[in-house]
Write a protein that binds this ligand. Structure first.
Ligand code: AMP
Ligand code: ZN
Length: 664
């Protein structure tokens, strides 16, 4: 087989598997087989940049950085929807529709209203060329690079699609995906996200598309706009979109009467709790597209569609007690302990109160009867107090002033919502939390040691910090509850084995606030060893890609702390990895430090991804758009003409592949 054919056939095959997995939820090969084929394609594409294709499945992993999202005017406006809340509302709307059209009867398509961020995708000749957010309805932001990483968005269509059209839909996060993301955030010492909708919407505006690629986003489609479309009803439109490869939920139903519509609404008001994603209602649309056109739009919404909003599930119950939790970073979270009550199919006993402001704003007090709602959040929230039921002797909540675990006075920094226990080296929950983080899978991954054992070791006075782990002996551990000779040996061996874990993971394991896995990697790469990092100043740190002031400040603070300095020194003396390995170092230099590159076009001797990696490994920055800050535009064959003009206009030097390679 010729190389080109081989590449094409791999692309087709991977597209089909993506479709089976992400659109049909029905994978036919294992993840491993898929990854193997993807790797094979990546290698071929790197070797043969002449066969570059903007819709290749290899682009799903992201990597493009968008600094400024370009504003794009929608070719046809993205409207809002009118809302209805009762059968009467719906019947009134039907009457208006019939009168307007001068007909006796119309049919309706019912779809679920997906609760996420609206998106408009433009396809030309079967390829995704642009993705734009709703914005204000007239114009939105170009988020194409990010959308391309969402696997259920087809980059290449199949079947009898029209030459050019826009398709609209909603970017959502599944509830499961959202919960997983939050577990990871909490493990990294970051604050959990509030709800899937805002998180989905925020994801679209991330600058690094590789981060977007890691988020379990999906795209559900509901409407096509364009000329000369080969269908004449809303229902047929959905079917067509499905045929072309889009993810269009099959719950959509054609209804002949408003009675049938109401049945659909009632059915899904119950079944929605079993859906993998959030829905806040049903969208009812006049089915006939000619009718839709005739009805047109009001200033804000189509006359041919109506949202029927589900009532948010709400119950009232008594708040027995407000307790306070301490996280491993010292953050305090107030928790409402409720009289158990059934809500949306589950028994609810606790609700998050977020922070002191929230308690004050709603005037929430112990003993109050409160309204609890399950919205987008995984943990239910208190939305209001039933003041008619407030006990006479009730007093305003005094927010806890001292840590529930160590009794240190709590602090609250300016501009922060959360209170903190500042006793980070003495507060037991923070200490065990930090050690648990240190040994966790993504950090030191210590075999033979679990979270409960850490608590036990701490309670018995055998460890006070993670450095103490390396001093433990089998004889010390054996007498502990549920320990035997074998398990004690495993523990000690597991600890010893962790000494080979690479620097970036050790750095992550230290548990510096805001330093998650990715940030740890960036810092390790930029500073190469802990000594350099420990003396880094705020302003140097923020110069590192993706390191903001908040992170920089936290890093400086961590290493200024004497206890932390001592612990790091001890860990070093035990032989943990505190610098990049020889191999990692060999591929690195500072030659391009302080320089920003934009890469455009196709290259002969090197793949684009490889080229970008070279820039980063040599200390340079890669950006996707040209600005006055760009140092060089590396131009390959078929470079976009607009990039060239812009670079010339701004006086940014344009260099060839050879010139670039000469620099490194
Ligand atoms: P709203 O923003 O509440 O006025 O609702 C309008 C939004 O609902 C639209 O911008 C769409 O993004 C969204 N939506 C979700 N599901 C659907 C659907 N099945 N049909 C039409 N719009 C939908
Ligand atoms: Zn404390």
């Amino acid at each position: 087989m010729k190389v080109r054919e081989h590449i094409e056939s791999l692309r087709d095959e991977l597209r089909a598997h993506n479709y089976n997995y992400y659109v049909l939820d029905n994978p036919t090969i294992s993840d491993f087989e898929f990854d193997t084929k993807l790797k094979e394609l990546q290698v071929l594409e790197e070797k043969h940049p002449e066969f570059y294709d903007a819709s290749s499945p290899t682009l799903r992993v992201g990597g493009a950085i968008t600094k400024n999202f370009e504003t794009i005017v929608h070719e046809s406006r993205m409207y809002s929807l009118d809302n209805s809340y009762s059968k009467e509302d719906l019947e009134d709307w039907e009457k208006r529709v019939l009168k307007n059209l001068g007909v006796e009867k119309v049919e309706f398509t019912c779809e679920l209203k997906y609760d996420g961020a609206s998106i408009s995708l433009t396809y030309e000749e079967g390829r995704l060329v642009r993705a734009v957010t709703r914005g204000d309805g007239f114009q939105g932001d170009d988020v194409t690079a990010n959308i391309k990483t969402i696997k259920s968005v087809p980059l290449q269509l199949k079947g009898d699609y029209p030459d050019k059209f826009d398709i609209r839909g909603e970017i959502i996060l599944t509830l499961e995906g959202f919960a997983k993301m939050n577990q990871e955030r909490i493990a990294n010492g970051e604050e959990a996200y509030m709800n899937p909708r805002n998180t989905a919407s925020g994801s679209l505006k991330l600058q690094d598309s590789a981060l977007v690629a890691q988020r379990p986003l999906e795209c559900l489609l509901y409407s096509i706009v364009g000329k000369d479309l080969n269908f004449d009803s809303q229902f047929a439109m959905l079917e067509k979109a499905r045929e072309w490869g889009f993810k269009v939920p099959t719950v959509a139903k054609l209804c002949k009467t408003t009675e049938e519509v109401m049945q659909f609404v009632e059915e899904w008001d119950v079944k929605r709790h079993d859906l993998p994603y959030e829905t806040d209602g049903v969208v009812v649309k006049v089915n006939n597209l000619r009718h839709q056109e005739e009805l047109g739009y009001t200033a804000k919404a189509p006359r041919w569609a109506m949202a029927y909003k589900f009532k948010a599930e709400q119950v009232s119950t008594v708040l027995n007690e407000i307790t306070y939790q301490v996280g491993r970073t010292g953050a305090i979270t107030p928790v409402a302990n409720l009289e158990p009550v059934l809500l949306a199919g589950t028994t609810v006993k606790r609700a998050s109160l977020h922070n002191a402001d929230q308690i004050e704003k709603l005037d929430i007090r112990e003993g109050d009867t409160v309204f609890v709602e399950k919205g987008g959040e995984i943990i239910p929230k208190i939305i209001a107090v039933d003041f008619t039921k407030r006990p006479h002797n009730s007093k305003p909540t005094a927010y806890r002033t001292h840590c529930p675990e160590c009794d240190t006075e709590l602090e609250r920094k300016e501009g922060e919502a959360q209170h903190f226990c500042p006793n980070d080296t003495g507060c037991p929950t923070q200490i065990t939390g930090r050690i648990q983080h240190f040994i966790s899978r993504k950090a030191m991954d210590i075999e033979g040691l679990g979270g409960e054992t850490v608590e036990l070791l701490f309670k018995e006075g055998l460890i006070k910090n993670y450095a103490d782990l390396y001093m433990l002996t089998k004889e010390q551990v054996m007498p502990l509850e549920r320990m035997a000779e074998k398990s004690a040996e495993n523990l000690v061996n597991g600890v010893a084995a962790s000494k080979t874990i690479p620097f970036e993971r050790v750095l992550f394991g230290l548990g510096i606030r805001y330093v998650g896995e990715t940030v740890a990697k960036k810092l390790a790469k930029a500073y190469k060893n802990i000594d350099a990092l420990m003396i880094a100043k705020d302003e140097e740190l923020v110069a590192v890609d993706e390191i903001g002031e908040r992170i920089a400040e936290s890093v400086v603070q961590f290493f200024n702390n004497e206890t932390n300095q001592e612990i790091v020194a001890r860990l070093k003396s035990y032989g943990l990895q505190f610098s990049l390995s020889e191999e990692q170092l060999q591929n690195q230099s500072d030659t391009l430090k302080g320089k920003t590159f934009v890469v455009s076009g196709v290259f002969e001797s090197i793949g684009r991804a490889e080229l970008k990696k070279l820039i980063e490994d040599n200390g340079g920055k890669v950006s996707s758009s040209i600005s006055s800050k760009t140092s060089f535009l590396v131009a390959g064959a078929n470079m976009g003409p607009s990039k060239k003009t812009k670079a010339e206009g701004l006086g940014v030097p344009i260099i060839s592949e050879q010139e670039f390679l000469g620099m490194v």
